[in-house]
Write a protein of this length. Structure first.
Length: 230
């Protein structure tokens, strides 16, 4: 779908939706939904959610220089966790919160604030607490493959819908009701399974490449140290 410079919108519809920002009514958004509906079976995200848990805010006064990671939106990417301006909390607070707010392997994480629409299925143990800008979703795997669902959210299919929903305000927020109504194209199960396999292989390759890079760094550091000692 292409953005248009000129278009009109129904005023009654704008008031009904409580949106008067022009961006929301860009025809390309409706074009995307129509295209998906014409080509695929589509369903709202809420069809696949068994339950979801919002993260928690501990307050900046609880931040420490070291301890257990407090995982904010800036620490989550489509490939996993990143140590970007990482904040930490003490072990006592972590122990009090971990049962509810610590991601487990297989959890579907989804950002809703600041940079909404980053989806990631947890693949390794995480010892940390998610902030309130991140949701932890329990997905019904009898209905859809989680890795396929994450891919739909992260690609243009999801991004354009999220862009439309979360616009119109200075601080970007993606509301729970909007999240539940995100439209997902449903591909045949065997195709979802193949996509899931490719995503997992990609993750393993990325992990292996990172490990090889760290190994190379250590070799360089050791070689430099050996030269200094001579």
């Amino acid at each position: 779908p292409k953005y248009k410079l000129f278009y009109t919108a129904n005023l009654a519809k704008a008031f009904g939706l409580h949106r008067i920002d022009a961006e929301y009514f860009q025809p390309c958004y409706d074009d995307l939904i129509k295209y998906l509906g014409d080509k695929f079976e589509i369903a709202p995200l809420k069809k696949f959610i068994l339950n979801f848990q919002k993260g928690i805010e501990v307050g900046s006064e609880s931040y420490q220089k070291e301890g257990k990671p407090f995982i904010r939106v800036s620490n989550l990417s489509i490939h996993g966790l990143v140590e970007k301006d990482q904040k930490y909390i003490n072990d006592k607070l972590y122990q009090n919160l971990r049962d509810t707010y610590e991601p487990k392997i297989g959890d579907f994480l989804l950002t809703k604030d600041a940079t909404p629409g980053i989806a990631y299925v947890t693949k390794e143990p995480i010892k940390g607490i998610i902030a309130s800008g991140i949701l932890k979703l329990n997905i019904n795997e009898n209905e859809i493959y989680k890795e396929y669902l994450a891919l739909c959210v992260n690609l243009m299919i999801g991004k354009m819908q999220i862009e439309r929903d979360s616009g119109g305000s200075v601080i970007t927020h993606w509301k729970p009701e909007q999240i539940k109504n995100l439209l997902i194209p449903i591909l045949p199960s065997q195709i979802q399974r193949k996509i899931t396999s490719l995503v997992k292989r990609s993750h393993e390759a990325r992990k292996e490449a990172k490990e090889l890079l760290e190994k190379a760094k250590r070799k360089v550091e050791n070689a430099i140290e050996d030269e200094i000692k001579k």
